[in-house]
Design a protein around this ligand. Structure first.
Ligand code: GLN
Length: 550
């Protein structure tokens, strides 16, 4: 039988519940337990697929094609496991299921109510992953903040489960903020007391309080929190700000968060945490030997969370290369032919990000041209790959009108066109080409060198594709399709032959990069950027030497 840990949040949002949950899961996994994490989000959207990244950050896609919250990305990156549709549930999905059942007549004669029908459906889904004896522990993160009207049914479901389950099968963790008042030079516990009180009024009593804090918690403060919040002093956990999220499992281990949970759950069959690989990664991350600067060209650059998985993939790939990856965000809307050398000055590599809609695409195309002509390592993801194809068509093949029908439906040169299956799609939610698909790779290509394999699988989220009617002309001019879907022939990877590193992929490789398995294109891209930087420095020093001689 699986045991359940629930993680709730109080005082404010953005405290990092996802990272705390993932860190705890990592520690339990490192102790030999089978762990997974799921997230319950209180909003009405059925999934975050239709949300603007400005609202909700990146939309993370699982193997089975679910469009999910970005916290699932953290779970996968930390645990090196796959999550699925079942790992992310929203209020919208719960209501949709209940309403569909009501229409089918499943509740004939009954009034359908929040309690018990909605809460029963929440509970059913909370317990689902624990049914097949695949996991020892299921961690459930409840999105939102305690006290929000929207999260009430979720907290109520936790209350009922806490009551129904044997005491040792359930742990509730409450994550809160202990603010530091600079003027008074004091940490304040009152918001935490109120938050725990609110949770208790809703019927849930936390076993553990995890405190986000900028200053260390003294023994006295810990005692005070324990006393007022009615938990054991050792169950007051300090979560100090960390220099990287990847350090949090170690700080949580130091605070014994995992051991306190294991004790409460009466689990004894665990070993010392095996974190060798994790620590090796952290060491490389914290003490890099080199540095490269990568330009991230996108239109949501003001919001870090919009490209979360890409940024984390760079962290993983940087560590492999023992190299600090500094990301320079370049807003694609402001790139012009005239300013591109200045905008991209000093970069060792260029990544053109995924995206939708016409805003900023011309700037992306100009940036690709610069990378192609200046041997600057280039990596295009999804829309970034499509922009690379358009740039090549316009400036190398001379097809001045080349475009994607996404941005210019009437273009006479639809180098990127809507996929056939998409032409009849009208609804927006969950209807893109989503999730994992195979891709066969041609031997002797850059892609083959990167993956060391003729058949790979990566995740997708798109509606448009490379138009194969143009492929022959592209290949004759030096841009080849090195990866294709084996069944449909859909172009998955394009690369330039006469360039040190120029690759574009229709899929999203960033969704599969984890600490233990960094994504190979990112790893090779950083390696190419490192070589680019070295060559640049070598040229600089030769010029300097020559100047000194003359
Ligand atoms: N808008 C493009 C498409 O739908 C690219 C999508 C993306 O970058 N994820 O094909």
């Amino acid at each position: 039988m699986a045991k359940y840990i629930f993680v709730t949040g109080g005082v404010t949002s953005s405290l990092g519940k996802g990272i705390i949950a993932a860190s705890l899961a990592k520690l339990l996994q490192a102790r030999g337990l089978r762990v997974t994490i799921q997230k319950f989000d209180p909003y009405i959207n059925v999934d975050p697929g239709t949300l603007n990244p400005y609202e909700h950050g990146e939309c993370y896609v699982t193997e089975d094609g679910a469009e999910t919250d970005l916290d699932l990305g953290h779970y996968e990156r930390f645990l090196n496991i796959y999550t699925s549709q079942a790992n992310n549930v929203t209020t919208g999905r719960i209501y949709q299921t209940v309403i569909n059942k009501e229409r089918e007549g499943a509740y004939l004669g009954k009034t359908v109510q929040v309690i018990p029908h909605i809460t029963d459906e929440i509970k059913r889904r909370m317990l689902l992953l624990g049914k097949n004896n695949e996991y020892d522990i299921i961690i459930t993160e409840i999105g939102g903040t305690v006290g929000d009207i929207e999260s009430l049914p979720f907290v109520e479901a936790v209350r009922q489960l806490q009551w129904e389950m044997p005491e040792e099968d359930c742990v509730v963790i409450h994550l809160t903020l202990i603010p530091y008042l600079r003027a008074a030079k004091e940490l304040k516990t009152k918001p935490t007391q109120h938050s725990v009180k609110m949770l208790s009024q809703e019927g849930v009593h936390p076993d553990i309080i995890v405190c986000r804090t900028e200053e260390p918690l003294s023994a006295e403060i810990r005692r005070k929190i324990a006393l007022f919040c009615n938990v054991k002093t050792e169950a007051v956990i300090e979560a100090a700000d960390a220099s990287t999220i990847y350090e949090v499992p170690l700080t949580m281990m130091h605070e014994k968060l995992d051991l306190i949970c294991l004790k409460k759950m009466n689990i004894a069959n665990y070993h010392e945490p095996d974190l060798g690989k994790w620590k090796e990664f952290l060491d490389k991350l914290k003490y890099p030997k080199n540095k490269v600067t990568i330009g991230l060209i996108g239109k949501y650059i003001e919001l870090q969370d919009a490209y979360k998985s890409i940024l984390e993939s760079f962290v993983h790939a940087g560590a492999v290369n023992e190299c600090k990856v500094q990301i320079v965000n370049v807003h694609s809307e402001f790139i012009t032919d005239a300013n591109v050398p200045e905008k991209l000055f000093g970069l060792d590599g260029l990544l053109v990000a995924p995206g939708f809609g016409h805003r900023g695409v011309e700037g992306k195309i100009i940036a690709v041209k610069y990378a192609r002509e200046n041997n600057l390592p280039f990596f295009g993801i999804c829309l970034g790959m499509q922009m690379a194809a358009i740039e090549f068509a316009r400036n190398v093949l001379g097809l001045k009108e080349a475009h994607s029908t996404e941005m210019d439906p009437a273009t006479t040169e639809p180098v990127i066109d809507l996929m056939e299956q998409q032409k009849k799609v009208t609804a927006k939610g969950g209807t893109m080409r989503l999730g994992a698909y195979p891709c066969s790779i041609t031997e002797g290509t850059l892609a083959y060198k990167i993956y060391h394999s003729g058949l790979i699988s990566e995740r997708h989220r798109h509606r448009w594709e490379f138009n194969n009617a143009y492929l022959q002309r592209f290949e004759q001019a030096g841009m080849i399709a090195s990866g294709k879907n084996p069944e449909s022939g859909l172009v998955e990877i394009i690369e330039l032959q006469n360039h040190p590193f120029f690759i574009g992929v229709q899929y999203h490789p960033e969704l599969k990069s984890t600490v233990e398995q960094p994504q190979p294109i990112f790893v090779h891209f950083i390696k190419a950027a490192k070589e680019f930087a070295e060559t640049k420095n070598a040229i600089k020093s030769t010029v300097l030497q020559n100047e000194m001689i003359s």
